[in-house]
Each structure stands twice: as structure tokens, then as C-alpha cells.
Ligand binder design. Structure first.
Ligand code: 4GX
Length: 251
């Protein structure tokens, strides 16, 4: 699963340029019995299997011997939900050991001894931690300086994780009867930046209002929202003064 991931695209380039360093540890290589078994039945009974502690301990110790200052992160639906802030803090880490469990999970004693952090990529159930680990690696790698080319810097998305982005357009100018907003062709970069901030804010309000709750807005951002409020109030006022529309009687 990981081989192609590490060879492709921007991650592949970052590996080649040694901007990131990746290794995969197969717990089967650390199994202690001759059949190389990595799972076993749960104490106390019940369905499903549990990952045996010895192979996991061996794999994690081996990873730690290569990168002693790494943080050990277990991918599990019980973990705190991964977000852009977590990606930023992981990008500052010396290294990450991402532990991918299968089955019902890992022996609790591994969790206690080796795991610094428990993380989930979302409230749904996967069949293993591998895809979750790739999600973490991709979001963390792009924050490492030099990994994204200059053409596409990670925190150029000023709103990176805080706001919904403004709309994007490329050629053709008209697509199926729909033209690109003229401001983007004006060449006035001050106005374009203003428009982008405005679109970002209003799209956040419409698509992800949860992102605005409890967020500290700048004066400029508040002014933009006030302008939209005033525009909406004027539309309502025009309706109620007519005294016949569906909103007649509204303030
Ligand atoms: N975000 N899974 C892990 C097995 C497991 C269970 C408990 C350790 C402890 C998931 C997620 C996720 C399914 C990966 C269960 N391992 N991981 N696996 N959502 O659903 O990260």
C-alpha cells in the first residue's frame, strides 16, 4: 500500500530530494513464532482479533532506533480528530512513527508503553490505519519547507484550515454560458485580494458556518460581513415596504 504512495507526485519528489525520509515496518517481520502470527483471540472472549504486543513492540522499537526523537502516533477512531492545527504541530516534530492497527485494535499494554498520541482522521470506521497514516503523511509533508514548489506554498492559503477558500477560475473565459467574474480580469490586484477575502468569508458562512464560531475576526473581515448584512437588510426592507410579499411585516 505504501510503496506507490511514496513514489508518486509531490510526496515522491520530496522523498527523492530527501526533504522527507520514510520507512515502512512490517510487523510480521517482528513476529516471534515460526508462523509469524501477529494477531490473537481477545482475553475475556468475544468476536474479532487483537494485535499481539510483541511484534508491535519490536516494530516500534526498530523505528525508534532509526528516529529516536520521533513522536509515536496510533491511528484509531478513539483518537482526537486530526485537523490542520495537528498537522502543523506534527510538521514541527523531529519525526513521526505512525502505528497502523488492524482488527479490533492493539493490546492495551502497547498503547500505555509506546504511544504518545492517539489520532483519528474522522468519525467513521476504516479496516486499518494505513489510509489514515497516508492522510496524516500527506497533510504534514506539504507543510515541510521546500516540499511544495514555490508555485504553490502551503500557507499561501492564508486561511489554511480556518476558512473556506475563495472560488477559483481558469480558462476558458466563458464555460457553458458562465463567465468568469470580471474583477479577476481587471488586473487590479488590490481589488482582487479584497474580492477573494470577501468570497472566502461569505463562502465560509454559507458552506461551513461552524468555522466562524468562536473565531477572532479582523476589522476588515467584520466590515465585509456588515456589508453583506446591510445588503440583505435592504433586500428585506424593499420587500416589506411593498406590503404584499412573503416577508411583509418583517422589520
Ligand atoms: N482514523 N481505524 C484502526 C484498528 C484499531 C482499533 C483500535 C488501534 C486501536 C481510523 C480512523 C479507523 C479502524 C484504524 C480500526 N487500531 N483510524 N483500526 N477513523 O477507523 O484513524
Amino acid at each position: 500500500m505504501f510503496q506507490l504512495f511514496f513514489q508518486q507526485g509531490i510526496i515522491g519528489r520530496a522523498v527523492t530530494k530527501q526533504q522527507i525520509d520514510v520507512s515502512v515496518f512490517n510487523i510480521r517481520d517482528f513476529a516471534t513464532d515460526k508462523h509469524r502470527v501477529t494477531d490473537d483471540r481477545p482475553y475475556g472472549g468475544g468476536s474479532g482479533m487483537v494485535m499481539k504486543p510483541e511484534p508491535l513492540a519490536g516494530a516500534i522499537r526498530s523505528a525508534k532506533s532509526i528516529s529516536p526523537d520521533s513522536k509515536t502516533v496510533l491511528l484509531t477512531p478513539q483518537g482526537r480528530t486530526f485537523d490542520q492545527a495537528a498537522a502543523r504541530s506534527y510538521a514541527d516534530c523531529e519525526g513521526l512513527i505512525l502505528v497502523c492497527g488492524r482488527y479490533e485494535g492493539i493490546d492495551e499494554r502497547i498503547d500505555h508503553r509506546f504511544v504518545d498520541d492517539e489520532v483519528s482522521i474522522g468519525d467513521y470506521v476504516l479496516m486499518g490505519g494505513e489510509l489514515a497514516a497516508m492522510v496524516i503523511m500527506e497533510s504534514v509533508a506539504r507543510l515541510i519547507p521546500g516540499v511544495l514548489g514555490a508555485e504553490d506554498s502551503a500557507e499561501k492559503d492564508t486561511f489554511s484550515g480556518n476558512f473556506v477558500e475563495h472560488a477559483h477560475y481558469t480558462r476558458p473565459y466563458v464555460f457553458e454560458g458562465d463567465a468568469v467574474p470580471d474583477i479577476l480580469l481587471s488586473g487590479n490586484h488590490g481589488k482582487i485580494d479584497e474580492w477573494r477575502l470577501e468570497m472566502s468569508l461569505i463562502r465560509t458562512f454559507l458552506k461551513r458556518p461552524d468555522l466562524l464560531k468562536g473565531k477572532q475576526l479582523s476589522i476588515q473581515e467584520i466590515d465585509i460581513l456588515k456589508k453583506w448584512c446591510a445588503d440583505i437588510k435592504n433586500i428585506i426592507k424593499a420587500q416589506s415596504s411593498r406590503d404584499t410579499g412573503p416577508l411583509s411585516g418583517c422589520q
